[in-house]
Write a protein that binds this ligand. Structure first.
Ligand code: NAD
Length: 269
């Protein structure tokens, strides 16, 4: 057996938490059922400092107590459809943290009609709005964060199996998630030389506010649990744990992937 003096990235000297001293931005918390909330919890448990965003005053009512419970350093309004909103949030993060080590993009939106109708009936306005909020905002986020990530870091977005397969009632959102997963690969290529790693996490179905807008979502939950090798669906905490891991040095050799956290459902036809 050969010996090496190099330490595994998983080994933490002096029992330091894996994200101690790391700082980042987490978007997309609407309430305590949100995937982004579980991500924020997991990152805090690993020692990371966070800035949290809320979309509007309506959601602030639910998210303010969550931000306080999580000990978020910043709690900022972010509506990616408002000009300058994203850039202003990132500027404030820069002023507070100096450098940024991770950012989580957990936002998506699509009109109900476009979600449930035939994709060829999608209006230009509906397509543009879904693409802007759910995909292009991730590119804009990376662009604004790049100067703050001089020492590298992780950028993570949330995708879904509908990117790869036709999922009933997911409609145009499947096309947009496919673009998002492709964007992750191109972004990983462009930003790799700077040590910035980019991922899409692809959770199985979970009942959240966004998911409640998808018709027959309960049927999807049941059929996914029935076919998944683990015989169940996943929890937001399982998605949070994977996402937090992608922000740590334990995943330092990975970038550009879409990583499923779906109890294995995607491998079964
Ligand atoms: P959620 O409703 O809790 O989160 C969606 C978030 O998007 C909300 O916080 C909302 O405020 C935000 N958002 C929408 N439009 C916005 C805008 N214009 N500006 C800023 N924020 C905006 O639901 P969730 O299920 O936690 O969704 C998070 C992500 O996970 C989404 O990308 C979703 O597609 C993805 N996802 C969800 C599931 C699932 O089954 N729940 C599965 C796979 C992927």
């Amino acid at each position: 057996m050969t010996t090496t003096t190099e330490q595994s990235p998983l080994v933490q000297t002096n029992h330091v938490l894996p994200l101690a001293g790391k700082k980042g931005l987490i978007t997309g918390v609407a309430n305590d059922k949100s995937i982004a909330f579980a991500v924020a919890k997991a990152i805090r448990e690993l020692g990371g400092e966070i800035a949290l965003t809320y979309q509007n005053e309506k959601t602030a009512k639910y998210t303010q107590p969550l931000a306080e419970a999580l000990g978020a350093k910043l709690f900022l309004k972010l509506d990616v459809t408002e000009e300058g909103s994203l850039e202003s949030v990132i500027e404030k993060c820069g002023a507070e943290f100096g450098e940024i080590d991770f950012a989580i993009h957990s936002m998506a939106f699509c009109n109900g009609d476009d979600l449930h109708g035939r994709v060829i009936d999608t209006t230009e306005a509906g397509f543009d709005s879904a693409m802007n909020i759910s995909c292009h905002s991730f590119l804009r986020m990376a662009k604004a964060l790049e100067p703050l990530m001089a020492h590298g870091g992780s950028l993570i977005t949330m995708s879904y199996l509908g990117a790869e397969r036709v999922v009933r009632n997911y409609g145009v959102m499947g096309i947009i998630k496919a673009a998002l997963e492709s964007a992750v690969r191109y972004m990983a290529y462009d930003l790799g030389p700077k040590g910035i790693r980019v991922f899409a996490v692809s959770p199985g179905p979970i009942m959240t506010r966004a998911a409640s807008g998808i018709a027959n979502f309960n049927t999807l939950l049941e059929s996914d649990a029935a076919k998944a090798p683990l015989g169940r669906t996943v929890t937001i905490d399982e998605v949070g744990a994977l996402t937090a891991f992608l922000c740590t040095a334990g995943s330092s050799g990975m970038t550009g992937q879409t990583i499923y956290v779906d109890a294995g459902a995607h491998i079964v036809a």
